[in-house]
Design a protein around this ligand. Structure first.
Ligand code: PMP
Length: 400
């Protein structure tokens, strides 16, 4: 049997497309900070991007990107290790390290690659990784790529983690891997407890702060929010969310970062971030320092939506971040809810297994206006009965 035989038999996506309930690869053609235009010309309020600070379309950021492209080219045509390094990449690293309060930073082309670098660059056969069950897919892939032994622990359960560390002393190194802010539920990791357990057992803690960096604690992220940056040895970041660009970074001690520079395969064997992306991330960092109101505004917008959606009867998670998960029943009900909302001019993300249990993932930006959020709420109100089943009933959401 050929490895491609299964493709013809793969009907899940085709069936969904034919039934008109296919929430992926929707084509957009233009957007601003709060809305987006679909390729068919319809405009939707964007309640599903990670552009938390509204910087991806900020003219200062797009101009910095354009200037860098004109000056350095569209791409660097090589890895940073060899011919693809710019002074721009080095400058961004220095500024990131200073802003986030770590001795050194390493910039990679995506956040995904930053996680591959930090985990697979430092761990190998003989080591053990302790991974939160809800950790991001890139961390899971990184753990598998490292060929270290993997131990899963229940989400945010530090007692379970401590029990595993206690039971598995092992001879190799040990790394604990968590997200700072979990991308689907928007909840925070219990950092003080994690730090305590890791220090007690001599395990290296890695916090992927893709969703906390740029947002929490005036942008300094989850570790700073808890006042524990110094006690978290490894932090990874992405520029594809609050920084409105593309790219990623690993933050840590000088010797660790220097080791990764010469050993992390996702850095050494992949082209560097484009000049435009590096310059955009640098400009976003400058703006975020100068305009800390963005960090509170995005949380205020999310709080407003969380409150109003709950008042409409929707089940919303208890997060305190820009991510507001909305209960939408089973897979089919979630797809129907997604389609109904798009028809009302509201874009959200339909999340289905295996990514997570079915739900609508909504997220907000610092620059969405009250009028835009009100428009989104009118959309949610219009479909409420069909999504929730019974008017005003918040539990057990189901579609008709
Ligand atoms: N970590 C987390 C928690 C994420 O949510 C994401 C992106 N969805 C990544 C890492 C990967 O980041 P990037 O998009 O820059 O590859």
């Amino acid at each position: 049997m050929s490895v491609i035989d299964k493709c013809a038999a793969y009907t899940r996506a085709r069936t969904a497309r034919e039934s008109g309930l296919y929430p992926y690869f929707l084509a957009f053609d233009g957007r601003d900070a709060g809305t987006a235009r679909l390729a068919d010309g319809r405009e939707v309020v964007m309640c599903g991007s990670n552009d938390y600070l509204g910087l991806s379309t900020d003219p200062r950021v797009t101009e910095a990107a354009a200037e860098a492209a004109l000056r350095h080219g569209a791409g660097c045509t090589g890895s940073r290790f060899l011919n693809g390094n710019l002074e721009l990449h080095d400058r961004l690293e220095r500024e990131l390290a200073a802003f986030f309060g770590k001795p050194a930073a390493l910039m990679l082309t995506t956040g995904y690659q930053a996680n591959l670098a930090a985990v697979a660059g430092l761990c190998g056969p003989g080591d053990t990784l302790f991974v939160d069950k809800e950790a991001h897919a890139s961390l899971i892939d990184a753990a598998r790529m490292s060929r270290a032994r993997i131990q899963w622990f229940a989400h945010n359960d530090t007692a379970a983690l401590a029990a595993k560390l206690d039971r598995l002393p092992g001879r190799g190194g040990r790394m604990v891997i968590v997200d700072g802010v979990y991308s689907m539920e928007g909840d925070l990791c219990p950092l003080p407890e994690l730090v305590r357990v890791c220090e007690e057992y001599g395990a290296t803690l890695l916090v992927d702060d893709a969703h906390g960096a740029g947002v929490l604690d005036k942008g300094r992220g989850t570790c700073s929010h808890f006042g524990l940056t110094d006690r978290v040895p490894l932090i990874t970041l992405t520029f594809s969310k609050a920084f409105g660009s593309i790219g990623g970074a690993v933050l840590g001690d000088e010797d660790v970062i220097d080791y990764l520079r010469h050993n992390a395969r996702s850095l050494m064997f992949s082209a560097s971030a484009s000049p435009a992306n590096a310059a955009a991330a640098l400009e976003s960092l400058r703006i975020l320092r100068a305009e800390p109101w963005r960090c509170s505004s995005v949380v205020d917008n999310a709080d407003f939506m969380r409150r109003e959606l709950a008042a409409l009867g929707y089940e919303v998670g208890a997060s305190t971040t820009p991510i507001v998960p909305v209960g939408s029943g089973d897979e089919l009900a979630t797809l129907r809810a997604w389609q109904l909302l798009v028809d009302q001019g509201v874009y959200v993300n339909a999340v289905l297994p295996p990514a997570a249990s079915p739900r609508l993932r909504t997220s907000y930006t610092a620059v969405q206006t009250r009028a835009q959020l009100d428009r989104a709420l009118r959309g949610f109100a219009a479909v409420r009965e069909r999504v929730l089943g019974v008017p005003g009933q918040g539990t057990a959401p189901r579609a008709t």
